[in-house]
Write a protein that binds this ligand. Sequence first.
Ligand code: GLU
Length: 503
Amino acid sequence: MPDRPVRVRIAPSPTGDPHVGTAYQALFNSAFARRHGGAFVLRIEDTDRARSTPESERAILSSLRWLGLSWDEGPDVGGPHAPYRQSERLPIYREHVERLLAAGHAYRCFCSRERLERMREENRANKEFPGYDRLCRGLDPAEAARRAAAGEPHVVRMKVPTEGHAVMHDLLRGEIRRDWASIDDQVILKTDGFPTYHLANVVDDHLMEISHVIRGEEWINSLPKHVRLYEMFGWQPPVFCHLPLLRNADRTRSKLSKRRNPTSIEYYRRAGFLPEALLNFLGLMGWSPPDGEEKFSFDEMVRSFELERVSLGGPVFDVEKLRWLNGRYIREDHDAARLVDRLAEWALNRETFERIAPLAQPRLQTLSDWGYLTAFFFADDVPFDAEQVAIRGLDREATLELLQIASLRLDARRTWNADELDADFRRLAEATGLKLRDLTKPFYLVLTGRSAATPLFQSMEILGPDLCRVRLRRALERLGPVSAKKRKQAERRMVEIFGEPAP
Ligand code: GLU
């Protein structure tokens, strides 16, 4: 039983689509908090200025709420440790960095990007430790402070021991050891005055009185730095518990990735999964109730939840199993009337029909034409004839490359409406010397299942980014598969054409 009040958190970075992995962390943290009468905090870690967006933050909060999760403190509900968005806490981090500098636990580093690049290259060539060579660690701190005061660009790094080993503890794994020699003098404050993840994360976990850090396995490698920061500040560290990573259901059992498996929560919502079934399914990732029953509610999970019983064998996110479980919910928990309500809540409602109607109207001779014409809006996958996926005048490989470029472009899109999609496709047509009509033909097929349908870009707007992206990805998988080399090539082309970084 924990010896301090239980306070846990999730700390998502708002840099993309709301990921099922975030929901999985949220579920386990929330179940643990409820089980011990503690608090569950949601903190937004938006210190990566180039990649964080308010849209992503909104999408994360709303999809977690859709799943039925709630938090006691967070950017949208407030709480005693507000603000809960790191970009609003910069003075706090700066003050803590000053403290480490004053105590000699950190130092200013003025090395230029070019120098660091060169060093990294050399280290790689000599197969040496790829970290920073600690040149600035030897600077006189007073001199360094003067240079900084004069406005010279710099970062602040933490000093990690150069010998011996870090000893850490993980609730599921027991003792973990790492040689300090393999760990870098981590940057804690960037040139732009923003903290890095490591510093902000530790400072906030301490100030927010987090008792247990329950997060993904991918952070274990950061643990030595975190534990060292706690020591340097003289703080009691929380209990650490790294949950196993979700894995793809295919042969590779690799880390869940959107190329092999949809990962956006929004996709599952759009594809007609029930939130309670998805949440239940996530509850089966590394855990199962003592009675072995696989279908359970959140409250039932809380009643028998024990973090110690999470198993480390990589849990497989198997969509087939999720479909099976979802089917059980549909059959076992709904009479016909309730099912009709759920269909309406999902997509079969006046609001959706009113968006589709203007597109369908010119193409209807009878009302019953509606069914066939609009079915693809209400489907997850659409079957199409692979033989027909072709662009006039292009061979199969070139056609695939265009699908790939478009898919990357659509992945990178942060906003989604017909006009912007139209502009993207025009640009792609122009850059490749194709007629827009020829270019869009295969997209009709893979996105709507038909060679002619309601207007493409407006239809895509209604379908939404998640379904469109998944349909395109599946089509590429079916038509390809695309080699890593070809994907890189397409990525370069995408960047050339759209002048924006790859997703
Ligand atoms: N911001 C980190 C993330 O996006 C949080 C990791 C942690 O929980 O410490 O996953």
